[in-house]
Write a protein that binds this ligand. Structure first.
Ligand code: S6P
Ligand code: ZN
Length: 213
């Protein structure tokens, strides 16, 4: 087990969540790059094929605490994604702002790919977060990986993925996937994710989603 993978996150996560991180590191879906000498160009963003913004008003039904959601300012920007479509491969850069709805940290909607066997690679550029990945088959355990600068996450075939910002700053990442992959949000709208990333006693932790079908 490589403790370096979540050392930066240790002060802000619970022991319970650290246990989950250990499992995802051991299963090989996550590794770490040294990005300290890499400069990412803003010019890439200017040349994007499409920019998609998600404000709270676009995320009805995605947070666990509907009452807290109803009371929140719907204009609030949660994240913004710049998409780049190349021949065969696509990539996207997402910037996600810090915040929470009730005790649940800001999150991406999350989706499965269609066809479902199309996997994805994520490279984290800055911030502190958690990746939640779940297989279509409910028998496989949910994967919960630690995210910080230099983390590389492999979201395996048949896994839906969601990213959560547990830090106080912007969390940003690049994702690389097959251009033909369609993003399917329907199972998430219907069933949600099996694990929720929430704040408890000043730290991020996870709790199983009792309303997951
Ligand atoms: C696409 C990839 C990311 C997400 C982005 C926004 O396959 O997983 O680029 O599109 O992080 O998340 P979401 O769940 O709103 O599409
Ligand atoms: Zn995806």
């Amino acid at each position: 087990m490589n403790r370096e993978m979540y050392r930066d996150l240790t002060p802000i996560v619970s022991h319970k969540l650290e246990g989950k991180f250990r499992e995802s590191i051991e299963s090989g879906v996550v590794c770490k790059l040294d990005l300290s000498s890499v400069a990412f160009g803003a010019s890439l963003m200017v040349n994007s094929t499409k920019v998609e913004e998600r404000r709270l008003r676009d995320m009805d039904g995605f947070f666990h605490d509907q009452e807290a959601y109803n009371g929140a300012d719907k204009q609030e920007l949660v994240y913004r994604t710049y998409y780049f479509n190349f021949d065969g491969m696509s990539c996207a850069i997402t910037e996600m702002f810090p915040g929470s709805i009730g005790n649940e940290f800001y999150l991406t909607k999350g989706h499965f790919h269609e066809p479902p066997e199309m996997s994805e690679i994520y490279i984290f550029l800055r911030g502190h977060g958690v990746s939640v990945m779940q297989n279509r088959s409910k028998k496989k355990p949910v994967l919960i990986a630690p995210l910080m600068q230099g983390t590389v996450v492999f979201s395996p075939p048949f896994y839906g993925h969601r990213t959560v910002n547990i830090g106080r700053d912007v969390l940003s990442w690049i994702s690389i996937f097959n251009t033909k992959a369609r993003l399917n949000y329907e199972p998430i709208v219907k069933e949600g994710f099996r694990a929720l990333i929430v704040e408890k006693d000043g730290r991020a932790t996870f709790t199983m989603n009792t309303s997951h079908i």
